[in-house]
Design a protein around this ligand. Structure first.
Ligand code: G16
Length: 548
């Protein structure tokens, strides 16, 4: 029994900065460790929920610094707020896709994920909290705004006055009146993936003499999942998963699977005797990067390939209804959707915008340029799902990664695509840049710049076709008559100043030009993007921090 003396009602003062970004509340560890900072945010979640009494939640995280401490605080707060049961991943580990899977499978009333995704970790790194709702979707904007509004007026939080509970041993235990069920972090998720993909076919591929794969888990959460699936279940030789032990600081690395931060994998895949297949995933396991020998698959292309080949995968063999991509993602998948005569949607950046389309059965597959792809099997993006998808296509067709990509371009043409990131930009300067661009937009229509002719410049607003909600200020698009695009937006996941993202995209139907290097192919359009946005002038930087 919880006694009155066990539930502490702790007076607190609000913080004014607890508005969630693109994906949950993401701040530096120093910010999260301020007095009652985490507690205020968690209490705000409990306070805006319709009911807590007797409800079941899921809790887990990506294993970064402060994960364990935060999990213990949240468990005690959940018990004090009347939650009936919490399914917590063993050692407080659960990848983001696995959390969404557990919420759906066990029909729980939502869940909390402790992660700052691809942001670095450690005592001086970032931490984050994501709240997912019934069905496993990230909380929609209306809800994160309600949590934010509440956090600005909060006066107390509730917590159980009790020692930490053991979350390293599987099984049920009691914390006050609440049952804490420590679950195997992998089992439910692996079972779901096995129901979608041809595990035996992939097993045969991975155990083919001479076939080598390299999966770089970047010392983040997917290590144990990847070892269990690829090495244990599918027979890939031990060592196929590298950096497979989750570490609190990700081994000092940046757990972001791209050409810059996953450089170890990139060197292996561009080196001599490169493996046949390379892949990486991020901090919380929702992002993916796919590589072939001497080849990097652009995420926008990966989405197009996945959509075009879905019929080869057991879980999608009956066809797919539609596909969605975030606005900055290249239009490669649009051509596939047209050919397959399926629905096609463009949404703002942020996985949460796919939720309504998935729930309303308008789409089966969705993806983003930021290394995220997934389907209606859960309501988050799913790194290992995308990796298994590629392996399954290879197993079903007998083709290499590189052949799959070249064949796709031959069929549809190639969308060259690059993203330039300018990090830690002064917030005022970033806003001034946005304003200047907005002012410029009306004058852009029909303007000609060398070979490029602009058709329109728009400030992107999304009208959700399902619930009618309107999301303004979702980025600026400069459309060209040959379907090229320059897109500009400010990141919603950065924690220091503003991160400016410039996306540059150009369509090339001529097969002979498909082997061209992206930077070369986009050289002139990139120069024009810099000229129109005046990015160097506003940021005071002569070049971006990262090009992906
Ligand atoms: C999050 C969101 C994605 C988004 C990405 C980048 O990913 O879930 O939908 O594309 O951030 O967003 P931004 O360009 O605003 O930084 P993750 O993996 O960080 O959760």
């Amino acid at each position: 029994m919880v006694t009155d003396t066990q539930v502490l009602r702790v007076p607190t003062s609000p913080y004014m900065d607890q508005r969630a970004g693109t994906s949950g509340l993401r701040k530096s560890v120093d910010v999260f460790k301020q007095k009652n900072y985490l507690e205020n945010f968690i209490q705000s979640i409990f306070d805006i929920r319709e009911q807590n009494e007797g409800k079941t939640l899921v809790l887990g995280g990506d294993g970064r610094y402060f994960n364990m401490e935060a999990a213990q605080i949240i468990l005690k707060m959940a018990a004090a707020n009347g939650i009936g049961r919490i399914k917590v991943g063993q050692h407080a580990l659960l990848s983001t896709p696995a959390t969404s899977c557990v919420i759906r499978k066990h029909k729980t009333d939502g869940g909390i994920i402790l992660t700052a995704s691809h942001n670095p970790g450690g005592p001086h790194g970032d931490f984050g909290v994501k709240y997912n709702i019934v069905g496993g979707n990230p909380a929609p904007e209306s809800m994160t705004e309600a949590i934010f509004a509440h956090s600005k007026t909060i006066t107390e939080y509730k917590i159980l006055d009790t020692p930490d509970i053991d979350i390293d041993t599987l099984g049920e235990k009691k914390l006050g009146n609440m049952i804490v069920e420590v679950i195997d972090s992998i089992a439910d998720y692996q079972e779901l993936l096995e129901s979608i993909f041809d595990f035996d076919g992939i097993h045969a591929l991975l155990t083919t003499k001479g076939f080598k794969m390299c999966m770089d888990s970047l010392h983040a959460v997917t290590g144990p999942y990847a070892k269990s699936i690829f090495e244990k279940r599918m027979g890939a030789p031990s060592g196929s998963v590298v950096n497979g032990v989750p570490l609190e600081d990700f081994g000092g690395g940046h757990p972001d699977p791209n050409l810059v931060y996953a450089h170890e994998l990139v060197e292996i895949m561009y080196g001599k005797n490169a493996p046949n297949f390379g892949a990486a995933s991020d901090g919380d396991g929702d992002r993916n990067m796919i590589m072939g020998p001497q080849m990097f698959i652009v995420p926008s292309d990966s989405l197009a390939v996945i959509t075009d080949n879905a019929h080869l995968i057991p879980g999608y063999k009956n066809g797919i209804i539609g596909v969605a991509r975030s606005m900055p993602t290249s239009q490669a998948v649009d051509l596939v959707a047209k050919a397959l005569k399926i629905n096609m949607y463009q949404t703002p950046t942020g996985w949460k915008f796919f939720g309504n389309l998935l729930d309303a059965n308008k789409i089966t597959i969705c993806g983003e340029e930021s290394f995220g792809t997934s389907s209606n099997h859960i309501r988050e993006k799913d790194g290992l799902w995308a990796i298994l998808f590629w392996l399954n296509i290879m197993a079903a067709t007998g083709k290499t990664v590189n052949q799959i990509m070249y064949d796709h371009w031959r069929k549809y043409g190639r969308h060259f695509f690059l993203r330039h990131d300018f990090e830690s930009v002064d917030l005022d300067k970033a806003h001034a840049m946005t304003e200047a661009l907005k002012q410029l937009l009306p004058s852009l229509s029909d303007k000609k710049y060398g070979q490029f002719e602009i058709s329109s410049g728009t400030d992107y607003t999304y009208n959700d076709p399902i619930d009618g909600s309107i999301s303004k200020n979702q980025g600026i698009i400069i459309n060209f008559k040959d379907s090229s695009r320059i897109v500009y937006r400010i990141s919603g996941t950065g924690t220091q100043g503003a991160t400016i993202r410039l996306y540059i995209e150009k369509y090339e139907p001529d097969n002979k030009k498909h082997t061209q290097d992206s930077q070369e192919a986009l050289h002139d359009l990139t120069a024009l993007a810099y000229e129109l946005t005046r990015v160097c002038e506003f940021t005071g930087m002569s070049q971006p921090n990262i090009i992906t």
